[in-house]
Write a protein that binds this ligand. Structure first.
Ligand code: NPG
Length: 382
């Protein structure tokens, strides 16, 4: 195929409720969407970066520049490009997996749409519906937390994940565990703890949790391995896994027993497939993480969640958990806590044009022949 143009859009959608984690509070979802225009048709990709470099070092304005000035010129230059060549082409750019994921996924979507094949089939998905977990932000009080969890349990979610931070952890998680002794429950620290907090982590270890997600600093695999040796509860790594090599190192060190697969955090769907396979071969179960995605990223995630080794419920809640109105038609969850995996070609959904316009803050198109900037080889182009 040939890539003819990449259209970038910065979109902003208000969240139905603020989402608080140990690293900050989000009131809206602001992200970069890319539409790839190719000789095979068009495709969509969503960048999972935030407005500021909090969850990772990437952020929207940086990703925009990297996509427009570094990745686009490399993708628009070749007269023909196979999807299998994408990773080699982009490997020359260091880091920036979220920016890379956006364009890889958009081009893959275009290719699959052109071939009439669903992303789920491309990824070897084995489920038509996937069980959904919900990620509960840090609540203003324990009472508010219990009230929120009550609503999620009633709605049928198949796993409840509680965001925690030092001091806002053991008592609250224990209160939820006491009220719902059988609920599949996990916690996510977003790297907020250090080895001095070992007492809190030991107390959490007693609460029959499915996993403790990313307790320590994202660069600290060695201390995660030490901690994992002390805990019965599996550690799941998220922020620490920015590549397949990170996962291999983490598994080899014993730094985790579960891996959160966020395709956007590891450079896109092709890398996510490798990550899935590496974990499967090592006997490490995975699940699909979420970053409050719009319907574009959500459709992508649902296909990932349907892969064979994604055996735990993912952060793939229905659209109304996040937005009053999404950019795509909404994804609904059934009362058994499952969502249907899209079956249409590519990711199986598209933005509703008027809706997309309504949420667009900025738009720019880079066309073949007009792209200027720094190509992946570092040469100034145009
Ligand atoms: O349901 O999509 C969802 C939210 C899941 O908790 C969730 N995401 O740390 O994984 C995370 C967190 C997150 C959200 C991180 C937004 C970064 C941005």
């Amino acid at each position: 195929m040939r890539v003819l143009a990449l259209e970038l859009r910065l979109v902003r959608l208000p969240l139905v409720r603020p989402f608080r984690t140990s690293f900050g509070e989000m009131r809206d979802k602001t992200c970069v969407l890319v539409r790839a225009e190719t000789s095979a048709g068009e495709g969509w990709g969503e960048c999972v970066a935030d407005a500021v470099p909090d969850f990772s070092g990437e952020f929207n304005e940086g990703a925009w520049l990297v996509i427009r000035d570094v990745l686009a010129p490399s993708l628009l230059a070749p007269s023909s490009l196979e999807v299998e060549e994408l990773e080699d082409l982009l490997a020359r750019v260091r880091g920036n997996p979220m920016a890379k994921a956006t364009v890889v996924n958009a081009i893959l979507d275009a290719e699959l749409r052109g071939a009439g094949r669903s992303l789920a089939s491309f990824l070897g998905a084995v489920r038509e519906r996937v069980p959904c977990g919900v990620s509960v932000g840090i609540a203003p009080s324990e009472a508010a937390l219990l009230e929120e969890v009550e609503a999620h349990v009633a709605r049928g979610y198949r796993r409840i994940k509680l965001k925690i931070a030092p001091g806002l952890d053991v008592d609250r998680v224990r209160a939820v565990r006491q009220r719902w002794p059988e609920a599949p429950l996990s916690v996510d620290a977003n790297a907020a703890y250090d080895p001095d907090h070992v007492d809190a982590l030991r107390a959490l270890d007693e609460l029959d949790l499915l996993m403790i997600e990313q307790p320590l600093h994202h660069e600290d695999l060695v201390r995660h391995a030490r901690l994992q040796r002390e805990l019965r509860t599996p550690i799941c790594l998220d922020e620490s896994i920015r590549s397949v090599a990170d996962a291999e190192a983490a598994i080899e060190l014993g730094a985790c027993r579960i891996v959160n697969v966020k395709q956007g955090r590891v450079g896109g769907l092709l890398q996510a497939r490798r990550l899935h396979d590496v974990c499967r071969d090592a006997g490490v179960p995975v699940w699909c993480g979420g970053m409050l995605e719009t319907g574009i990223g959500r459709a992508t995630n649902l296909a990932v969640a349907a892969m064979p080794n994604a055996t735990l419920p993912g952060d793939t809640s229905p659209s109304d958990r996040y937005f009053v109105e999404d950019v795509t038609p909404p994804f609904a969850m059934a009362s058994d806590g499952t969502i249907a995996v899209p079956t249409g070609a590519g990711i199986g959904v598209e933005p509703v044009p008027e809706r997309l316009e309504a949420v667009t803050v900025r738009r720019e198109v880079v066309r073949r022949g007009t792209a200027s900037g720094v190509s992946a080889s570092g040469m100034t182009n145009g």
